[in-house]
Design a protein around this ligand. Structure first.
Ligand code: F6P
Length: 533
């Protein structure tokens, strides 16, 4: 069944290669309506993807044949769909604002979710109003989150995105084990007014534990034993947080059924909640919950995450495009591409199927991007005229948060729409010749066009909308993972490097044994040692 659909899709892809994107609009004046989908004030336009109605129907048929709806329901029901780690996948329970029971091994997880959310809210409110004070009784002015990967990227991205709502202590983030990171963050901070949140699902991640130890020493240097009152933790490993000296009432837990890159909705979101307040954080959850409901309830052919996922499959597997760019025309989404890199590439950068056999088609693409308009003055040259076709995923709000700067926002929107139009239309040689005096220049001014894009528009980047955007992308990754028959919820590919780093550390410190390494690694160890001051 699926083979037949793939064959039909391959034929549809060959046809798409032969036709212009513009011709699809010529043949269907209503194309925008048919090739866009809405959820409330949010609209995803995919009419500038070179796909026609039969090919789209074949993709939806593929989603049906691959069991997207059944697997989606199994995820929401708490089945152990993360088979290689034998875990349920229930980040959706963290934002289940309907509070309907969600069972794992017969037990409802919602009371635990609500309990942590309640404790987070009480703690965040206490930090914000000063009733939970620093050791000298004054309010905390700064919060430093120490974490990496999923314990960093989500809160960093959301803190920047929700800056207009931030009225609490200032949030800072330290992730890299490079001492430059913690050094530069701490340089401007007063230990007497700083709260540290050590966020690590496992509480073993070497970068986080190294930074946490450094932070503790820095705080203890001026506060002595009182430094302990400047620490909180977010983790599933309560024994380890206790061993680090963090009081149990300052530890906010989560569960093994929340993957790191899906964890911003719970305790990992604590620094965001402190910055913007519990009410805004709950709006963020409510937005994600609205997208969850849509994903569960809308027919596949009108389902935003399903369609975005199927377009991803069309571009990756049928058209053979190796990457996709995420281009938010929203400066406050400047860390969204980095966040999506982990979400997408750690989830779907897989080479074997669920049963361990090699995949039969390409899986997760390379995800990258920058906010517009900055990217236009950097890498868009390649997007427009380079030899790779790069599907672009634009996003833009109808309104900014700066009513006095309306002209800026109008320019922003005009630029966003101009880019997708230029990518689609292109400019042929005849048109290029009209723009130059010297005909030799004309080929340099040709734009191939026919370059696909999607555009997500929304009223305003508020907490509710941010929740919808992130949940949209989470479910898109899920849909693609189901089509590819891979496990989107493990990340074994990050382990080998960690193991080798542990083994290399004694050699970096000057220990014996470099000769056991390959020639390049041994040579680099020697070169670095020779340069060491
Ligand atoms: O990079 C691998 C990884 O396990 C990510 O999946 C995770 O988000 C990150 O490390 C941090 O892990 P932890 O929260 O356990 O410190």
């Amino acid at each position: 069944m699926a083979d037949r659909i793939w064959e039909a899709l391959a034929r549809a892809g060959a046809q798409a290669e032969e036709r212009s994107l513009m011709s699809l609009f010529d043949g269907d004046p209503d194309r925008f309506r048919g090739f866009s989908v809405s959820l409330g004030d949010m609209l995803l336009d995919f009419s500038k993807v070179n796909i026609d109605a039969p090919a789209l129907a074949a993709l939806v048929e593929l989603a049906e044949a691959r069991g997207v709806a059944t697997k989606r329901d199994a995820m929401f029901r708490g089945e152990r769909i993360n088979v290689t780690e034998d875990r349920a996948v229930l980040h959706t329970a963290l934002r289940n604002r309907a509070n309907t029971p969600v069972l794992v091994d017969g037990e409802d997880v919602m009371p635990g979710v609500n309990e942590v959310l309640g404790r987070m809210s009480a703690f965040a409110s206490g930090i914000r109003d000063g009733s939970i004070a620093a050791s000298d009784g004054r309010p905390f002015t700064d919060v430093v989150n120490i974490g990496i990967g999923g314990s960093d990227l989500g809160p960093v991205m959301a803190t920047l995105a929700l800056a207009p709502y931030a009225d609490g202590p200032k949030a800072h983030y330290v992730s890299n084990v490079d001492g430059a990171h913690i050094h530069d963050v701490l340089a401007d901070l007063d230990p007497a007014r700083t709260l540290f949140i050590v966020a690590s699902k496992t509480f073993t991640t070497i970068e986080t534990m190294t930074n946490a130890k450094t932070a503790k020493a820095w705080a203890a240097e001026s506060l002595g034993a009182a430094a302990d009152r400047h620490f909180a933790a977010v983790s599933t490993a309560l024994d380890k947080t206790a061993a680090f000296g963090i009081e149990p009432e300052r530890v906010f837990g989560f569960w093994d059924w929340v993957g790191g890159r899906y964890s911003v909705w719970g305790a990992v979101g604590l620094p965001v909640m402190i910055a913007v307040g519990p009410e805004n954080f709950l709006d963020f959850l409510a937005g994600a919950h609205a997208m969850d409901r849509h994903f569960q309830e809308a027919p596949l052919a009108r389902n935003m995450p399903v369609l975005l996922g199927l377009i991803g499959v069309w571009h990756r597997d049928v058209m053979g495009y190796p990457s996709r760019a995420v281009l938010p025309y929203d400066q406050r989404l400047s860390r969204l591409p980095a966040y999506l890199q982990q979400l997408d590439m750690e989830s779907n950068g897989k080479g074997v199927t669920l049963d361990g056999s090699p995949v039969s088609q390409p899986t997760g693409p390379i995800v990258w991007g920058e906010p517009g308009t900055n990217g236009q003055h950097a890498f868009y040259q390649l997007i427009h005229q380079g030899t790779n076709v790069i599907p672009c995923e634009f996003m833009v709000a109808s309104n900014g948060h700066e009513p006095d700067l309306r002209e800026h926002h109008e320019l922003l929107i005009a630029n966003c729409l101009a880019q997708s139009e230029a990518l689609m239309r292109g400019r042929d040689l005849a048109a290029a010749e009209k723009t130059v005096k010297d005909p030799a220049l004309a080929p340099h001014k040709v734009f191939p066009g026919n370059r696909p894009s999607t555009t997500l528009v929304y009223a305003k980047l508020d907490p509710y909308t941010l929740g919808r955007i992130i949940a949209l992308y989470e479910h898109r990754v899920f849909v693609e993972g189901v089509i590819w028959d891979i496990n989107s919820f493990d990340q074994w590919g990050v382990e080998l490097g960690k193991e080798l780093a542990t083994a290399l550390l004694p050699l970096v410190k000057g220990g014996e044994g470099a000769e056991s390494k390959d020639g390049s690694t041994a040579g680099l160890l020697g070169a670095l040692a020779a340069l060491r001051a």
